[in-house]
Design a protein around this ligand. Structure first.
Ligand SMILES: NC(=O)c1ccc[n+]([C@@H]2O[C@H](COP(=O)([O-])OP(=O)(O)OC[C@H]3O[C@@H](n4cnc5c(N)ncnc54)[C@H](O)[C@@H]3O)[C@@H](O)[C@H]2O)c1
Length: 255
């Protein structure tokens, strides 16, 4: 990380990250902490989240504020955002990161399962934005970064609810960017390719999959969570002050 940029505009900025306890989210939390931002995050995984807070504090960083929350419960999300606001101040950066990529064959999808997958992969992104934008408006501006996915662009099957939700993140980004732009609130989407989180390595990485990845990507290395976190820092910082309404793909050149 020593060769990475420092963004002066992120120092002391209050950042709210969803799903910050593990995977890419944990890297996002760490990267904002290293910028001197004041970070609050929610996650359903209490043990992983508390371990992250401890590890960052042990590294000499200001402790992020963790609130346990199941994002499928919008009222709980609103309460958690209120708690982070009370602890750190008005929120001017939102990173809508949480999702769950459980596989599901078409024939096993029930109406309840469909609703559950949309709730974990899409719905909270809108309601988090709805809850924080008044802080941004009062502050004269803000930045929202939504996490998309290349899965629906590359024709990945096996999880139609997830890919549907992730394609909708692109539309949500453009809808929010249009409505919030007059308040100087920028809304962008960062679209990861295949990123080697522990979950991906444990569950989905196979020799065949890795061979396909290396063949399809322009870059011949496996991408890691920090590759995504660094792009998100840019879209959160004032350095990207003219950028909104966009999806930026970080996939090593697969798509
Ligand atoms: N890893 C990849 O290859 C990849 C590829 C494309 C897109 N993405 C996107 O990047 C983002 C992060 O993905 P990841 O790979 O780090 O995922 P992950 O599954 O490793 O981590 C997601 C985090 O969200 C939390 N979470 C899950 N359900 C929750 C809930 N109901 N309430 C609160 N927290 C919950 C988990 O506990 C976890 O900490 C997601 O939006 C995902 O769609 C990832």
């Amino acid at each position: 990380m020593t060769a990475s940029a420092i963004y002066p505009s992120l120092k002391d900025r209050v950042v709210f990250v969803t799903g910050g306890g593990g995977g890419i989210g944990a890297s996002i939390v760490e990267h904002f902490c290293r910028q001197g931002a004041k970070v609050g995050f929610v996650d359903i995984d209490e043990a992983a989240s508390e371990a992250l807070v401890e590890a960052l504090a042990a590294d000499g960083l200001a402790e992020p504020v963790f609130v346990k929350c199941d994002l499928r419960d919008i009222e709980a999300l609103r309460v958690a955002i209120g708690q982070v606001r009370s602890a750190l101040g008005p929120i001017t950066v939102l990173v809508n990161n949480a999702a769950h990529d459980q596989r599901h064959p078409i024939d096993e999808v029930t109406p309840d399962y469909w609703d559950d997958r949309i709730a974990v992969n899409l719905k909270h992104q809108f309601f988090a934005a709805q809850a924080v934008y008044p802080d941004m408006q009062a502050a004269g501006g803000g930045a929202i970064v939504n996490l998309g996915s290349v899965s629906w662009m590359i024709g990945q099957g096996g999880m139609p609810c997830y890919t549907t939700a992730k394609s909708a993140v692109a539309g949500l980004t453009r809808a929010l960017a249009r409505d919030l732009g007059p308040m100087n609130i920028r809304v962008n989407c960062v679209v990861p390719g295949w990123i080697m989180t522990q979950r991906q390595i444990d569950l989905w990485l196979t020799p065949e999959g890795e061979a396909e990845l290396m063949q399809r990507q322009c870059l011949k290395r496996k991408l890691v969570p920090a590759d995504i976190a660094r792009a998100i820092l840019f879209f959160a910082a004032d350095d990207s002050g003219g950028c909104t309404n966009q999806s930026y793909i970080v996939d090593g050149g697969w798509v």
